[in-house]
Design a protein around this ligand. Structure first.
Ligand code: CTP
Ligand code: MG
Length: 230
């Protein structure tokens, strides 16, 4: 059944899905790979659409797959599908241009974080609505982290308590994200990194184990297991 989005919602969610998935190995573009019989992108969009304050979903698909992705998502939720760019940030810029000015909150997600629960989408949006211009979901780092020199010798042990591992969706006031994009794209930063550079405070909120990024073949195995328990 097609989800209804909330016409009175104040959130647009951008879902970059135009990558090829090189690290997952040969096959279809990553967002179209199957997890428990359904493409990752379907899992991702279904969960985003279930978040109550989402008014609009925009997906960036590989240029050759735009029509196929439109057809694929038609029964899932009302979604604007457009062609992505060469880098993730080009895909985000193309999607951002499709968001009407009166949508106040923009979340930038990853199709690869296919099992991200609607509650996380909502908690990031809520924090932006509560006055934080930029919000990222994070998890603590579990491993000990070492700094190493060029010869792989340990330079020191990093204080893990001040480090976080960052997930998506990352949430922004629409004007803040648009200004960061206008200021220029740097391929080496995430969405929040662009805003950070402009001096805007970025708030961390608790992330979710379910929001893991499916990157390598093992992640697909983990995601299938998570689907059985979540
Ligand atoms: N993405 C995109 N446009 C690009 C590159 C990536 O929309 N030009 C999307 C991917 O589809 C993915 C998200 O950005 O949903 C995060 O990127 P990543 O996990 O790196 O996916 P891929 O780039 O597809 O994977 P890889 O780097 O292994 O090729
Ligand atoms: Mg990539």
């Amino acid at each position: 059944m097609t989800a209804q989005l909330n016409a009175r919602g104040d959130v647009a969610v951008l879902v970059p899905a135009a990558g090829s998935g090189v690290r997952l190995g040969p096959g279809a573009p990553k967002a179209l790979r199957l997890l428990a019989g359904e493409p990752l992108l379907v899992h991702a969009v279904r969960r985003v659409a279930a978040a109550p304050s989402v008014r609009m979903i925009v997906v960036a698909a590989p240029a050759a797959e735009v029509a196929a992705v439109r057809a694929l998502l038609e029964p899932v939720a009302p979604v604007v599908v457009l062609a992505g760019g060469a880098e993730r940030q080009d895909s985000v810029a193309a999607m951002l241009a499709a968001v009407p000015a009166d949508v106040e909150i923009v979340l930038v997600h990853d199709a690869a974080r296919a099992l991200t629960p609607p509650e996380l989408v909502e908690s990031v949006a809520t924090a932006v609505r509560d006055g934080h211009p930029a919000v990222i979901p994070v998890l603590p780092i579990v491993d000990t982290v070492k700094e190493v020199g060029p010869d792989e010798t340990v330079v020191g042990t990093v204080d893990r308590s001040v480090l976080r591992s960052v997930q998506t969706p990352q949430g922004f006031r629409h004007d803040v994200l648009a200004a960061a994009h206008r200021a220029g794209l740097d391929a080496h930063t995430d969405d929040a990194g662009m805003v950070e550079k402009a001096g805007t405070p970025v708030l961390c909120v608790p992330g979710s184990d379910l929001a893991l990024k499916i990157t390598r073949p093992l992640d697909l195995v983990i995601a299938e297991a998570l689907l059985r328990v979540a």
